[in-house]
Design a protein around this ligand. Structure first.
Ligand code: FPP
Length: 262
């Protein structure tokens, strides 16, 4: 797997290739503001946001990040004006139709997570095709969160587990963190190590609620259409400066209450 992003182009940033996040997830925000700042229609921000998606997938692949999850459409986004929803769906459709070659060339698998049954049929068909065609690719997995909501994800998982108990296939005691995790829409993906949110908002907005228990959070003022390779590198550099303890304390233990708290 390549770790050969031309880092020489970014002399100020130095990455430790041995401590890359395994799973990066991004709340892509600020398309509308990017367009409004330029007196353009919001759709222009989304169009440019699609180019950021392509650039960031490429950059993550170059760096050797095994998993990348992008929050592309939330369950709440259905409440946007009909014209904007339909523009986003057409953009997504076009992305799925035109990106196959690149993803195949780069050995990237693409999957969707979320309530994809709500998506328009042409998008669902393109997604199915993309998932089938890229299923054998193993350099990186890109997950598109579509019609996704963290609470809904947990509710659906609870229902599935309740049915398993009702059918006598499992006992309530067998329900543990591992089983819940494997019943969520993201089953098979490791928990994210790094969550990035663009555009200055510092919220999770009903994204991967269960999965981000120990994820490092990184917020940047950069609007998504301006978020490219360099911004991704900056986020990873910041991640590498963090000390991850997963609720434990360092050894040798330091008795300062600040050190002990996580
Ligand atoms: C948030 O910006 C972005 C979205 C709701 C959609 C994300 C869509 C893309 C990045 C483009 C296409 C995606 C793919 C996968 C091809 P916003 O509209 O909420 O911005 P604002 O907060 O400034 O209004």
């Amino acid at each position: 797997m390549g770790t050969s992003l031309p880092l020489s182009e970014f002399p100020a940033l130095s990455l430790d290739p041995a401590r890359l996040p395994r799973h990066i997830t991004i709340v892509m925000d600020g398309n509308g503001r990017w367009a409004e700042q330029r007196g353009l229609a919001r759709s222009e921000g989304h169009r440019r946001g699609k180019d950021s998606v392509i650039a960031v997938v490429e950059a993550a692949r170059e760096l050797g990040i095994p998993y990348l999850t992008l929050f592309a459409f939330s369950s709440e986004n259905w409440q946007r004006p009909r014209a904007e929803v339909s523009f986003l769906m057409r953009l997504l459709h076009r992305y799925l139709l035109t990106e196959t070659k690149r993803l195949m060339r780069r050995n990237i698998r693409l999957i969707a997570v979320g309530d994809t049954d709500r998506l328009p049929e042409p998008v669902r068909r393109a997604l199915r095709q993309m998932e089938e065609v890229t299923a054998g690719n193993d350099a990186m997995t890109t997950a598109l969160a579509l019609s996704y909501g963290g609470r809904q994800d947990i509710v659906m998982a609870m229902r599935r587990l309740a049915r398993e108990v009702q059918a006598g296939r499992i006992t309530p005691e067998q329900i543990d963190e591992h089983l819940v995790s494997n019943t969520l829409a993201t089953a098979g993906l490791p928990d994210p190590d790094l969550l990035i949110r663009t555009s200055g908002e510092q919220r999770i907005s009903n994204f991967l609620l269960f999965q981000i228990a120990y994820t490092e959070l990184y917020f940047t003022d950069t609007l998504w259409p301006d978020f490219r390779e360099r911004e991704l590198l900056k986020a990873i550099v910041a991640y590498q400066l963090r000390e991850r303890r997963f609720g434990a304390i360092d050894s040798p233990p330091d008795h300062s209450p600040l050190r002990a708290a996580n």
